[in-house]
Design a protein around this ligand. Structure first.
Ligand SMILES: NC(=O)c1ccc[n+]([C@@H]2O[C@H](COP(=O)([O-])OP(=O)(O)OC[C@H]3O[C@@H](n4cnc5c(N)ncnc54)[C@H](OP(=O)(O)O)[C@@H]3O)[C@@H](O)[C@H]2O)c1
Ligand SMILES: [Mg+2]
Length: 326
């Protein structure tokens, strides 16, 4: 694997170019601030007088309206939520995607599933950070960086990768390391990991384990501390030292119990289901389902949230946070 570092990228390449950042949420704000601190000419775009517009002003930007920023940008960064990108792109950005410009993403979703089809005359690149915007910004300010993935979907100019590397450097990613993969692989791996592990898998595992203890008569507070609160310690260990590093740091009892019972909690049936989940992602079925949910204004997501906040584990958590200094 080729890893790109600071010496492989040149910020001068973006001198005299304007970087339009569409959206000022988690990634938009973090990347716009880093671009600016790296000396680039940045114009932030947001909905007039919306929350992002006001936040950008507080941070010292003079925000522009979406179409105006897309017109001015040599590089146009699509940093609004994936579901709203297609309508914003076709309404405000597409008319300004003239030859020689670069369209930039931080996730491959809309290119992979062809919800956005940019003209053949523009470069299409992605720099996808391996972490949220806040962490990106904190590491940048500390002189470090998040690792990130770089992808080139279309190299119309012959310089697409150079542009993407310079943008990655401006966010601090090349301080840590940047590697390359195709757009669709980023999309598949990112969606699958958030569904199976990071967000979906881990929350269901924690909830099921909590329910199992409480149903057996264990105090909800005890179940909460054991199954939810302590998870961070394990995750930190795995993050820094790998799974084997975690095993050597826990007690022998935990090691024996975990090594023998873990494969029963996540068994061959779960593995088969993981494969089905990945298949839905790779076939585009999940992407179409999400687009339809968005068109209906997210009824399923809103219902899940209503049910989620009422779940015992959340009520217990709220109570514990009132009594404990944690
Ligand atoms: N969040 C992460 O940690 C993360 C990590 C890696 C990659 N990414 C990728 O980065 C991209 C941006 O994600 P994000 O999480 O940063 O987004 P986000 O925080 O959800 O973005 C919200 C921004 O989108 C704007 N927006 C939403 N709908 C809009 C519309 N119809 N018209 C105009 N503006 C609209 C919001 O403006 P208002 O304030 O006006 O509503 C706000 O500025 C996505 O492709 C995502 O997959 C995110
Ligand atoms: Mg994602």
């Amino acid at each position: 694997m080729r890893v790109y570092r600071d010496r492989d990228a040149n910020l001068d390449w973006l001198k005299n170019k304007t970087i339009a950042v569409i959206g000022y949420g988690s990634q938009g704000a973090a990347q716009a601030l880093c671009f600016r601190d790296s000396g680039l000419d940045v114009v932030v775009a947001a909905r007039k007088n919306g929350p992002s517009w006001r936040r950008a002003r507080t941070d010292g930007f003079e925000p522009a309206e979406l179409g105006e920023a897309a017109r001015r940008g040599d590089v146009v960064c699509m940093l609004i939520s994936d579901t709203s990108q297609p309508e914003v792109y076709y309404r405000f950005v597409h008319p300004h995607m003239t030859p020689g410009k670069t369209l930039y993403f931080s996730h491959g979703f809309n290119i992979t599933y062809e919800f956005i089809k940019p003209p053949r005359s523009v470069d299409v690149v992605m720099v996808a950070p391996h972490g949220p915007g806040r962490q990106l910004r904190e590491l940048y300010l500390a002189g470090k960086g998040l690792p990130a993935l770089l992808a080139v979907h279309r190299d119309a100019s012959g310089h697409a990768k150079r542009t993407a590397l310079a943008l990655a450097k401006a966010c601090g990613f090349t301080r840590s390391g940047v590697f390359e993969a195709p757009f669709n692989h980023e999309t598949f791996a990112d969606l699958f990991s958030e569904q199976a592990v990071l967000c979906g898998g881990v929350s269901e595992l924690v909830k099921s384990a909590y329910e199992t203890l409480v149903e057996a008569g264990i105090e909800p507070e005890l179940a909460w501390f054991c199954c939810l609160y302590e998870l961070k310690l394990t995750v930190d260990l795995i993050h820094h030292e790998g799974i084997e590093g975690m095993w050597s740091a826990v007690s022998e009892t935990a090691r024996y119990g975990g090594r023998t019972r873990g494969p029963r909690a996540i068994d061959t049936a779960s593995k088969a289901e993981l494969r089905r989940i990945l298949k839905e992602i790779m076939s585009g079925e999940f992407g179409r389902e999400l687009a339809q949910e968005y068109r209906r204004r997210m009824p399923l997501l809103r219902r899940a949230k209503r049910e989620g906040v009422r779940h015992g584990i959340e009520r217990t958590g709220r109570q514990i946070r009132r009594y404990f200094d944690i």
